[in-house]
Design a protein around this ligand. Structure first.
Ligand SMILES: [Zn+2]
Length: 471
């Protein structure tokens, strides 16, 4: 089994590191060149843990550690960094100190604080860690992953406090006719299309193809909104891009209102690029909500005062990686991010008909404003829940110092437990998209009330569809 192999490799590295520290030249000289099978591996005193795994990188790493072993703590027993590279992840102390957290496959932290610990892990172990975070804590995300140690170390500190607002709810004449346009069939169609990809995994061809489909769909639907454009935000570390639709503000274009959700999916312990991961609820349902908002804004030719950006983030399931890079790109950019809303899982009615607003890792003024929007425009009630450290992409924005919020399908305890498996299908969320309807209304209301209609926009635009804007 693959899991046994990892344990053996880890044990081997620990052993090799200790041995190399004691007698580096002897240990390394006895090694075969590369890719030695178990029969060929016969270094004296070293158990046969090889099993066809390339050993040379581990030995060289152990050697270099040993050479640097003036370090007072001695040899580090950090998980190995094979040829596919390392990433640094941060995990919250609440999870690490929980009994279930003790068996997370993380090794020894490289740094810790009262808030979090940072671990160095091989990138190909991210799906395993994500699976365990899901199995043990029922989390969608649950940790941050970064390509540099310095980035991860920033997570040891509390994020900067944000002061979102002021926000106001005063555009009912615009919003009410728009939210009436939300259609369950449109939401369901988007979910079915996205769940039809074998998976939307961040390194899979189908993951990139799904992102491209979303980009094309948003571009088409937004045609009627003045100046609307879609771009791919490419990430250097993996194949799948994030997708960003922009409807430019006509009066305060540097002030940006962000609606987002992750577009990737993942399945199982050894998930990976080949596994079936429909991700119908997690998070085709969030992308469907965003897509429906884009459809209605485009259909109405909505001209906002502030800039509206709608985002599908890559690689959320492996440590919020896409949104981390997107949010960071706004730091020092000159843009003022007025407010961010996250939609991650909207279609499983685990707690009945309500919209649950997250209360942790969010901006409190923005969340209070969301509750008012829910009451005014969605037809359902607002409730509250918490979802913990690094829970979803809103935490990337919070971490980067921007006011963020998140709307969730249920209380945290009663969320959809079929996620991160081949069972996250539309059928297992009731076979329709009824629960997502209120979330799409919230998305429309958030876009219009936060960005506000431009002075030059005519209220008639809200009642009359623009020609050519629909499919
Ligand atoms: Zn998710």
């Amino acid at each position: 089994m693959a899991s046994n192999r990892t344990l053996k490799v880890l044990s081997f590295v620990a052993g090799a590191a200790a041995m190399a520290a004691a007698a580096p030249t002897t240990a390394v000289a006895a090694l075969p060149r590369d890719n030695a099978g178990s029969a060929a591996f016969a270094a004296p005193g070293v158990p046969d843990y090889d099993q066809g795994v390339r050993t040379r990188p581990y030995i060289e790493e152990a050697r270099s550690r040993a050479a640097a072993a003036a370090a007072p703590s001695g040899v580090e027993l950090v998980p190995p960094a094979p040829e596919d590279g390392s990433v640094w992840i941060s995990v919250g102390k609440d999870d690490l100190s929980h009994p279930a957290g003790m068996s997370l496959p993380l090794g020894v932290p490289v740094m810790s604080s009262a808030r979090a610990s940072v671990f160095r892990v091989a990138e190909d172990r991210l799906p395993q860690i994500a699976a365990q975070m899901h199995e043990k804590f029922h989390k969608c995300g649950g940790f941050f992953a970064h390509s540099t140690q310095a980035e991860a170390e920033a997570d040891l500190k509390a994020p900067p406090s944000t002061t979102g607002g002021p926000y106001s709810v005063d555009q009912a004449a615009w919003v009410k006719p728009m939210v009436e346009r939300v259609k369950e069939a449109e939401l369901r169609s988007t979910i079915e299309t996205l769940a039809g990809y074998n998976n939307r995994y961040y390194t899979a061809d189908t993951g990139a193809a799904a992102a491209n489909w979303i980009a094309g769909r948003w571009a088409k639907l937004a045609e009627g909104a003045p100046g609307a454009s879609v771009r791919l935000f490419n990430h250097s570390g993996w194949k799948q891009p994030s997708v960003i639709l922009t409807i430019p503000g006509s009066e305060s274009p540097q002030e940006v209102v962000v609606l987002g959700g992750h577009l990737d999916s993942i399945s199982g312990y050894w998930g990976g690029a080949g596994a079936r991961a429909p991700g119908a609820d997690d998070n085709a349902s969030g992308i469907a909500v965003l897509t429906e908002a884009v459809r209605i804004l485009g259909e109405r030719g909505f001209r906002p005062k502030r800039t509206i950006q709608v985002m599908g983030y890559a690689a959320e399931e492996v440590g919020l990686r896409g949104s981390a890079e997107v949010a960071k790109s706004y730091q020092g950019s000159g843009a003022k991010v007025v407010g961010v809303i996250q939609f991650d899982m909207t279609n499983f009615a685990g707690s009945g008909e309500a919209i649950y607003l997250l209360t942790d890792n969010v901006d409190s003024a923005l969340t209070t404003y969301l509750a008012k929007l829910v009451d005014a425009y969605t037809g359902v009630g607002a409730a509250q829940t918490r979802c913990g450290y690094g829970c979803s992409d809103h935490a990337s924005w919070t971490r980067s110092g921007f006011p963020a919020s998140a709307a969730f399908e249920s209380a945290f305890d009663t969320m959809n437990h079929n996620i991160h498996s081949d069972k996250d299908t539309l059928g297992n969320s009731g076979g329709n998209a009824e629960h997502s309807v209120a979330f799409a209304k919230l998305a429309v209301a958030f876009a219009v009330e936060t960005a506000k209609p431009a002075g030059s926009a005519k209220l008639a635009d809200a009642a009359q569809p623009k020609g050519g804007a629909s499919r």
